[in-house]
Design a binder for this molecule. Sequence first.
Ligand code: F3S
Length: 288
Amino acid sequence: MPINIHVAKTHGFCGNDKFGVEGSIQTAINAQKAHPGQVYMLGDIVHNIHVVNKLLEEHQIKTVYSIDDIPDGSVIVFRAHGSVPELFQKAKAKNLIIYDATCPIVTHSHKEILRFANEGRKIIYIASQLDHDEAIGVKGQAPEAVVLTTLNDVTDLEIDPTTSVVMTQTTLSKLEVDRVKEKLKAKYPNLEFRPGLCYATTSRQNDVIELAKQYGFIIIVGHPTSSNSNRLKDVALDIGADSYIVDTPLELQPTWFVNKTDVGISSGASTPEWLLNDVIEKIKDLTS
Ligand code: F3S
């Protein structure tokens, strides 16, 4: 029997042509229009290899993983997740034309970090992983002042609540953050928290939680490197639903659909809509 497919209200690319994933992609395309054939993105502009590949195939925009691989005088596009200041300095020293595709929400957190660091405060920054690109960019803003940690480790830290402030990566699980915040508040009642999850993370997670409560079965379309996509899967698991993440339709397993009548489906903020549609079509095939 065909399964009923319920697509989350908010899903897929965040932002518009000025910010978020949409804005970052548009920045790269604008750079290419202004400087055809000379544009290099430093690192994956967003955490989805299909987006990176399309920018190469359709717009001839190359991705490199070291600034040394960009010829002097050409164009560099900095990724959505933010980058360390040294890379901007190196780009200037190489006479590169800079297009900054950092999401303005990440830029805002960089500014806050600099302000806190200038006030002599420590920033306890909770990341999905210590080597996540957003976390690396954040640490680079004020290496002496930022203490990188994870949701698992932060509650074991000895924190001075009079001088410290807690910030988070934009794409963590809101459920996990709330639990950890409660624990930290119990230990340090006066510790300051700055809201860190972005609107796109929160709205996509809220919608997935609703679908997970209603149907108990969730599929997320997102790349394995995408923190926000993985957290969509996690929030559904967190409230007891069956939940899986797939990068492409090929990863769907027929056994997941046995005895299921309904499935909720969503996609991460870096997942193109065509990929979500391909997964939906494959689910229809598998359950027809
Ligand atoms: Fe920006 Fe949040 Fe999207 S930080 S890139 S609006 S997931």
